[in-house]
Design a protein around this ligand. Structure first.
Ligand code: GLN
Length: 241
Protein backbone atom coordinates (compact mmCIF):
# COMPACT_ATOMS: atom_id res chain seq x y z
CA UNK A 1 0.00 0.00 0.00
CA UNK A 2 1.13 3.53 -0.71
CA UNK A 3 -0.40 6.96 -0.22
CA UNK A 4 0.54 9.95 -2.31
CA UNK A 5 0.29 13.23 -0.44
CA UNK A 6 0.32 16.67 -2.05
CA UNK A 7 1.29 19.67 0.06
CA UNK A 8 -0.20 22.61 -1.82
CA UNK A 9 1.39 26.06 -1.59
CA UNK A 10 3.99 25.06 1.06
CA UNK A 11 5.90 28.26 0.21
CA UNK A 12 2.96 30.56 0.95
CA UNK A 13 0.50 28.78 3.26
CA UNK A 14 2.27 27.45 6.34
CA UNK A 15 1.70 29.05 9.75
CA UNK A 16 2.29 27.94 13.35
CA UNK A 17 3.93 24.67 12.35
CA UNK A 18 1.15 23.57 9.98
CA UNK A 19 3.72 21.49 8.08
CA UNK A 20 3.91 19.28 11.18
CA UNK A 21 0.63 17.73 9.99
CA UNK A 22 2.46 16.24 7.01
CA UNK A 23 5.24 14.89 9.24
CA UNK A 24 2.64 13.36 11.53
CA UNK A 25 0.81 11.61 8.67
CA UNK A 26 4.12 10.37 7.22
CA UNK A 27 5.23 8.94 10.57
CA UNK A 28 1.92 7.27 11.36
CA UNK A 29 2.04 5.54 7.97
CA UNK A 30 5.72 4.60 8.31
CA UNK A 31 5.17 3.10 11.80
CA UNK A 32 2.59 0.80 10.21
CA UNK A 33 4.79 -0.15 7.28
CA UNK A 34 2.69 1.78 4.74
CA UNK A 35 4.58 3.62 2.01
CA UNK A 36 4.07 7.32 1.57
CA UNK A 37 5.27 9.91 -0.92
CA UNK A 38 4.97 13.65 -0.35
CA UNK A 39 5.18 16.18 -3.18
CA UNK A 40 5.31 19.93 -2.70
CA UNK A 41 3.45 21.97 -5.29
CA UNK A 42 4.30 25.66 -5.03
CA UNK A 43 2.92 28.95 -6.23
CA UNK A 44 3.42 29.27 -10.00
CA UNK A 45 4.02 25.56 -10.55
CA UNK A 46 1.85 23.76 -13.04
CA UNK A 47 1.50 20.22 -11.85
CA UNK A 48 -0.77 17.27 -12.57
CA UNK A 49 -2.84 16.89 -9.40
CA UNK A 50 -4.84 13.86 -10.50
CA UNK A 51 -2.72 11.14 -8.87
CA UNK A 52 -2.84 12.30 -5.25
CA UNK A 53 -4.76 10.59 -2.46
CA UNK A 54 -4.51 13.33 0.13
CA UNK A 55 -4.06 17.09 -0.15
CA UNK A 56 -2.84 19.37 2.59
CA UNK A 57 -3.25 23.16 2.58
CA UNK A 58 -1.97 25.21 5.53
CA UNK A 59 -2.88 28.64 6.84
CA UNK A 60 -1.71 32.07 5.73
CA UNK A 61 -2.18 35.75 6.36
CA UNK A 62 -4.51 37.90 4.25
CA UNK A 63 -1.51 39.01 2.18
CA UNK A 64 -0.50 35.40 1.43
CA UNK A 65 -4.03 34.57 0.39
CA UNK A 66 -4.14 37.52 -1.98
CA UNK A 67 -0.91 36.66 -3.78
CA UNK A 68 -2.06 33.18 -4.72
CA UNK A 69 -5.44 34.19 -6.16
CA UNK A 70 -4.23 34.39 -9.76
CA UNK A 71 -2.44 31.04 -9.51
CA UNK A 72 -5.51 29.44 -7.96
CA UNK A 73 -7.78 30.73 -10.67
CA UNK A 74 -5.60 29.99 -13.68
CA UNK A 75 -3.61 26.91 -12.63
CA UNK A 76 -4.71 24.79 -9.69
CA UNK A 77 -8.33 25.66 -8.94
CA UNK A 78 -10.16 23.37 -11.40
CA UNK A 79 -8.04 20.34 -10.47
CA UNK A 80 -8.51 20.99 -6.75
CA UNK A 81 -12.27 21.14 -7.29
CA UNK A 82 -12.23 17.90 -9.31
CA UNK A 83 -10.15 16.04 -6.71
CA UNK A 84 -12.52 17.19 -3.97
CA UNK A 85 -15.59 15.94 -5.86
CA UNK A 86 -13.78 12.69 -6.59
CA UNK A 87 -13.54 11.98 -2.86
CA UNK A 88 -9.83 12.63 -2.36
CA UNK A 89 -8.97 13.55 1.21
CA UNK A 90 -8.27 17.19 2.03
CA UNK A 91 -6.98 18.69 5.25
CA UNK A 92 -7.26 22.47 5.02
CA UNK A 93 -6.24 24.82 7.80
CA UNK A 94 -7.48 28.36 8.44
CA UNK A 95 -6.42 30.45 5.39
CA UNK A 96 -6.34 27.19 3.38
CA UNK A 97 -9.81 26.37 4.68
CA UNK A 98 -11.16 29.80 3.70
CA UNK A 99 -9.77 29.22 0.20
CA UNK A 100 -12.21 26.35 -0.42
CA UNK A 101 -15.22 28.65 0.06
CA UNK A 102 -16.73 31.33 -2.17
CA UNK A 103 -14.78 34.33 -0.92
CA UNK A 104 -12.98 36.05 1.91
CA UNK A 105 -13.69 39.72 2.49
CA UNK A 106 -11.06 41.29 4.73
CA UNK A 107 -11.92 43.64 7.60
CA UNK A 108 -10.79 46.47 5.28
CA UNK A 109 -13.33 45.44 2.64
CA UNK A 110 -10.99 43.79 0.15
CA UNK A 111 -12.57 40.78 -1.46
CA UNK A 112 -10.66 37.62 -2.40
CA UNK A 113 -12.72 35.49 -4.77
CA UNK A 114 -11.87 31.91 -3.87
CA UNK A 115 -12.69 28.47 -5.26
CA UNK A 116 -16.33 28.14 -4.25
CA UNK A 117 -15.73 24.39 -4.09
CA UNK A 118 -17.69 24.23 -0.82
CA UNK A 119 -20.69 26.39 0.02
CA UNK A 120 -19.50 28.92 2.61
CA UNK A 121 -18.02 32.41 2.79
CA UNK A 122 -15.82 34.35 5.20
CA UNK A 123 -15.84 37.98 6.27
CA UNK A 124 -13.08 39.54 8.38
CA UNK A 125 -13.81 41.36 11.63
CA UNK A 126 -11.79 43.93 13.59
CA UNK A 127 -11.26 41.70 16.61
CA UNK A 128 -9.11 38.63 15.91
CA UNK A 129 -10.21 35.32 17.36
CA UNK A 130 -7.13 33.97 19.08
CA UNK A 131 -6.40 31.23 21.57
CA UNK A 132 -6.24 27.57 22.40
CA UNK A 133 -9.59 25.96 21.75
CA UNK A 134 -11.38 22.62 21.60
CA UNK A 135 -14.15 21.09 19.53
CA UNK A 136 -15.92 17.76 19.16
CA UNK A 137 -15.90 16.16 15.72
CA UNK A 138 -19.31 15.29 14.27
CA UNK A 139 -20.41 11.63 14.38
CA UNK A 140 -19.58 11.18 10.69
CA UNK A 141 -16.01 12.22 11.57
CA UNK A 142 -15.58 9.85 14.47
CA UNK A 143 -16.81 12.07 17.34
CA UNK A 144 -13.43 12.54 19.08
CA UNK A 145 -12.41 15.74 20.85
CA UNK A 146 -9.83 17.89 19.07
CA UNK A 147 -7.59 20.47 20.75
CA UNK A 148 -5.94 23.22 18.76
CA UNK A 149 -4.92 26.84 18.39
CA UNK A 150 -6.84 29.43 16.39
CA UNK A 151 -5.85 32.89 15.18
CA UNK A 152 -8.09 34.43 12.56
CA UNK A 153 -9.98 37.56 11.74
CA UNK A 154 -12.35 35.75 9.35
CA UNK A 155 -15.85 34.79 10.43
CA UNK A 156 -17.05 31.85 8.38
CA UNK A 157 -20.72 31.19 7.64
CA UNK A 158 -21.69 27.83 6.20
CA UNK A 159 -24.36 27.38 3.50
CA UNK A 160 -27.55 25.67 4.63
CA UNK A 161 -26.67 22.30 3.09
CA UNK A 162 -23.14 22.12 4.49
CA UNK A 163 -22.15 20.40 7.73
CA UNK A 164 -19.57 21.73 10.14
CA UNK A 165 -16.59 19.55 11.00
CA UNK A 166 -17.46 19.77 14.68
CA UNK A 167 -19.00 21.67 17.56
CA UNK A 168 -17.01 24.20 19.59
CA UNK A 169 -16.48 23.23 23.23
CA UNK A 170 -14.25 26.17 24.11
CA UNK A 171 -13.08 29.06 21.92
CA UNK A 172 -14.47 30.71 18.76
CA UNK A 173 -14.46 28.25 15.84
CA UNK A 174 -16.08 29.42 12.60
CA UNK A 175 -17.46 32.73 13.78
CA UNK A 176 -17.57 32.97 17.58
CA UNK A 177 -21.37 32.83 17.50
CA UNK A 178 -23.00 29.62 16.32
CA UNK A 179 -20.59 27.11 17.95
CA UNK A 180 -19.75 25.49 14.62
CA UNK A 181 -16.15 24.67 13.76
CA UNK A 182 -14.77 24.01 10.30
CA UNK A 183 -16.53 22.15 7.56
CA UNK A 184 -16.84 18.51 6.54
CA UNK A 185 -17.66 18.03 2.87
CA UNK A 186 -17.16 14.65 1.17
CA UNK A 187 -13.63 13.70 2.33
CA UNK A 188 -12.53 17.27 2.98
CA UNK A 189 -11.80 18.18 6.58
CA UNK A 190 -11.42 21.94 6.99
CA UNK A 191 -10.62 23.54 10.33
CA UNK A 192 -9.31 26.72 11.93
CA UNK A 193 -6.93 24.66 14.05
CA UNK A 194 -3.22 25.38 13.73
CA UNK A 195 -0.72 23.95 16.10
CA UNK A 196 -0.15 21.70 14.11
CA UNK A 197 -3.44 19.97 14.80
CA UNK A 198 -2.70 16.31 14.03
CA UNK A 199 0.22 15.34 16.32
CA UNK A 200 -1.77 16.01 19.49
CA UNK A 201 -5.01 14.59 18.08
CA UNK A 202 -4.06 11.07 16.98
CA UNK A 203 -7.68 9.93 16.53
CA UNK A 204 -8.20 12.75 14.02
CA UNK A 205 -4.93 11.89 12.25
CA UNK A 206 -5.96 8.24 11.91
CA UNK A 207 -9.43 9.22 10.70
CA UNK A 208 -7.77 11.03 7.78
CA UNK A 209 -5.54 8.07 7.01
CA UNK A 210 -8.35 5.53 7.27
CA UNK A 211 -10.63 7.63 5.06
CA UNK A 212 -7.88 7.88 2.45
CA UNK A 213 -6.85 4.22 2.53
CA UNK A 214 -10.49 3.07 2.35
CA UNK A 215 -11.13 5.15 -0.72
CA UNK A 216 -8.06 3.71 -2.40
CA UNK A 217 -7.98 0.09 -1.24
CA UNK A 218 -11.46 -0.67 0.11
CA UNK A 219 -11.86 -1.98 3.68
CA UNK A 220 -9.04 -0.95 5.97
CA UNK A 221 -8.46 -1.00 9.70
CA UNK A 222 -5.33 0.68 10.97
CA UNK A 223 -3.14 -1.11 13.49
CA UNK A 224 -3.27 0.81 16.80
CA UNK A 225 -0.10 2.69 17.74
CA UNK A 226 1.46 3.40 21.12
CA UNK A 227 -0.04 6.87 21.52
CA UNK A 228 0.68 7.61 25.17
CA UNK A 229 2.72 10.78 24.48
CA UNK A 230 0.26 12.04 21.88
CA UNK A 231 -2.67 11.40 24.23
CA UNK A 232 -0.83 13.05 27.12
CA UNK A 233 -0.28 16.17 24.97
CA UNK A 234 -3.97 16.12 23.98
CA UNK A 235 -5.24 15.68 27.55
CA UNK A 236 -2.86 18.29 28.98
CA UNK A 237 -4.06 20.95 26.51
CA UNK A 238 -7.69 19.99 27.08
CA UNK A 239 -7.32 20.33 30.86
CA UNK A 240 -5.62 23.71 30.48
CA UNK A 241 -8.42 25.22 28.43
N1 GLN B 1 -6.25 35.58 6.84
C1 GLN B 1 -7.14 34.78 7.52
C2 GLN B 1 -7.80 35.39 8.74
O1 GLN B 1 -7.19 36.13 9.50
C3 GLN B 1 -6.45 33.46 7.85
C4 GLN B 1 -5.46 33.51 8.97
C5 GLN B 1 -4.75 32.22 9.24
O2 GLN B 1 -4.60 31.36 8.37
N2 GLN B 1 -4.28 32.07 10.47
O3 GLN B 1 -8.97 35.11 8.93
Amino acid sequence: MELKICHLYPDVLNLYGDRGNILCLQKRLEWRGIECRVDYVKLGEQSDLTGYDLFFIGGGQDFDQEILLEDLRTRKGPEIGAALEDGRTFLCICGGYQMMGHYYETAEGEKCEFLGAIDFYTVGGKKRMIGNYAFRLGDESGGSTVVGFENHSGRTRLGSGVRPLGKVLKGYGNNGKDKTEGVRYRNAFCTYSHGPVLPKNPAFADLLLETTLRRKYGACTLEPLQDQFENLAHDTVLKKI
